[in-house]
Design a protein around this ligand. Structure first.
Ligand code: SF4
Length: 230
């Protein structure tokens, strides 16, 4: 929401990308900007194109950013926390919009998020990263149904909704103890070692490779599946 330049009209900001990348005249670029605002669901785009960012709500600014990202017909869209700071209703609308544009334009979307609800709603394949490494990769259903890496399991166990049964029994919400390692000073072993309940000497000495455990389900852990595979 703060990526837009506050002193330029949103239409100019979209048109700039079109002019620079497609070498089109300013008038044509502005016409395309209007079309793009219409495509991302902004009402009255001919008027809105002359608005400044502060004239728009958070959700509308996010739509403008998406219009800008779509302006040069990308094959791949990197959406880094696209719904942060939006309320849940607008968040759902933005995710629906990204999904619709993805289908319509036959585009790949890489969604970067810490929000597991967003992942469940929007993703097809998920790569879970810890300290700069992919520790698990699977289809979204497999990941939520059968998480294998201790870090993934810890993340899922820390969702209040998933802990509802235990909350009723007055248990505490689970957390992952410790803190992320200093990335300037990582050991040669597993980066999750300090925080893992299943860690042993092998984990300290060597980094496990990302291996395919089930079809299309990869994990990087010596003892994936709750320590059963040591
Ligand atoms: S390799 Fe060892 S320390 Fe790392 S996640 Fe697996 S069990 Fe835990």
């Amino acid at each position: 929401m703060t990526s837009l330049n506050p002193v330029f009209r949103v239409g100019e900001q979209i048109a700039e990308a079109i002019r620079l990348h497609q070498n089109l005249p300013a008038k044509k670029a502005m016409e395309i900007s209007v079309d793009l605002l219409r495509e991302v669901g902004i009402p009255d785009p001919q008027k809105r194109v002359r608005d400044y960012p502060h004239n728009l709500s958070g959700g509308m600014r996010q739509r403008v950013m998406i219009a800008m990202a779509m302006s040069c017909h990308p094959k791949l869209l990197l959406a880094d926390e696209p719904t942060t700071a939006l309320d849940v209703t607008i968040q759902a609308q933005i995710l629906d919009l990204i999904s619709e544009l993805k289908q319509k334009n036959n585009m790949t979307v890489v969604l970067i998020t810490h929000d597991l609800g967003v992942i469940a709603q929007a993703a097809e394949k998920v790569a879970v990263m810890y300290a700069g490494k992919i520790v698990e990769y699977a289809a979204v259903e497999a990941l939520f149904d059968r998480p294998l890496h201790p870090y993934t399991r810890g993340l899922l166990e820390s969702i209040p909704a998933r802990c509802f049964d235990s909350i009723e029994k007055r248990d505490y919400l689970k957390t992952i103890p410790g803190a992320v390692p200093d990335l300037y000073n990582v050991s040669s072993g597993c980066r999750f070692y300090e925080r893992c309940a299943y860690a042993d000497e092998a984990c300290h000495d060597g980094m496990p490779l990302l291996s395919e455990i089930e079809p299309d389900h990869f994990v990087s852990c010596w003892k994936y599946n709750g320590g059963e595979n040591s």
